[in-house]
Design a protein around this ligand. Structure first.
Ligand code: NAD
Length: 287
């Protein structure tokens, strides 16, 4: 089975990410030439988790592409919560650091929520601070989580209407599902949020005009779980020896979808591009 013949239905996350990065790059240039400010992102990585190292490297490479200055702060796996908080405090006070990103997950002995709350809200590139989450809830979207922000940008770019549509989200994490729900509500969609305890998932997904899946379960969504014409964003990532898989059985589901993101090459690159946009927003505000 393949997606052959259905290529026009694929949301090209890489191409859209390049477009966003070009926009960010030209605004970074203006910020440098008009105000003499180079936006700076500080990333914090605690420990040696190989996947986290790759994610930080990808973010640094994106910074290079758009002209953002990136600083890499590495703490050993056994670093204490106090050391982490002290580093965050130093970066909060550093005027050349406009945005801070704490790479998750942290080693088990540390407290991620306390660390994320220690980041100055105006430097919170990931949009995870309760202040920024609270603003999102009341419809005042500023620094919002990058992945759902990327989904919204793609919907705009592909002219998909949201108002009055049934938006169904699978997954209720603080990183994707919950902020995604708030963003859809802010745009007057009718929102359903499903999760691991949802009884009869298919009942909900079949009603979706827009379906965002962020469960981390390979091929959770099958062709018979979606209706004709649905727009699908597959956020999930499952790494196996022979490749990377999404939460959607792409090759079969694409036959029902009007638009769908692939894995890889869909939501992932968009997320990083939106991070670049957020660092730029931090740089434009904080100097
Ligand atoms: P999570 O891993 O914290 O939680 C998983 C969510 O899925 C929970 O709400 C859980 O209730 C739900 N879930 C799990 N199994 C389910 C099932 N069988 N049926 C219905 N719901 C189920 O969530 P997360 O941090 O948002 O991550 C989800 C996935 O998205 C992971 O694979 C993660 O790697 C990926 N992710 C990708 C990006 C990206 O940029 N592409 C960004 C963030 C997360």
């Amino acid at each position: 089975m393949s997606a052959e013949g259905y290529e026009s239905r694929i949301i090209d996350g890489k191409a859209l990410a390049q477009l966003i990065e070009r926009e960010v790059g030209s605004r970074v240039e203006s910020l440098k030439s008009d105000r003499g400010v180079t936006p700076g992102l500080a990333t914090i990585l605690v420990g040696n988790d190989p996947a986290s190292k790759i994610y930080v490297r990808l973010k640094h490479k994106a910074c290079e592409r758009v002209g953002i200055r990136a600083e890499d702060y590495l703490l050993p796996a056994e670093a204490s919560q106090e050391e982490l908080l002290s580093l965050i405090d130093t970066l909060n006070k550093n005027r050349d650091v406009h945005a801070i990103l704490l790479q998750l997950p942290l080693p088990k002995h540390l407290f991620p929520q306390e660390a994320m709350e220690a980041i100055a809200p105006e430097k919170d590139a990931d949009g995870f601070h309760p202040y920024n989450m609270g603003k999102l809830m009341i419809g005042d979207e500023g620094l919002v989580p990058c992945t759902p922000h990327g989904v919204i940008r793609a919907l705009e770019e592909y002219n998909v209407p949201v108002k009055g549509k049934n938006a169904v989200i699978v997954g209720h994490s603080n990183v994707v599902g919950k902020p995604m729900a708030a963003m859809f509500l802010n745009r007057n969609a009718t929102v359903s949020v499903c999760h691991v305890f949802t009884d009869d998932l298919k009942k909900y997904t079949l009603g979706a005009d827009i379906l965002v899946v962020a469960a981390g379960v390979k091929h959770l969504i099958k062709a018979d779980m979606v209706k004709e014409g649905v727009v699908i964003f597959d956020v999930g990532i499952t790494k196996e020896e022979d490749g990377v898989y999404g939460d959607v059985d792409f090759e079969n589901v694409i036959k029902n979808a009007s638009l769908i993101t692939p894995v890889p090459g869909g939501v992932g690159p968009l997320t990083i591009a939106m991070l670049m946009k957020h660092v730029l927003m931090c740089g434009e505000k904080n100097f």
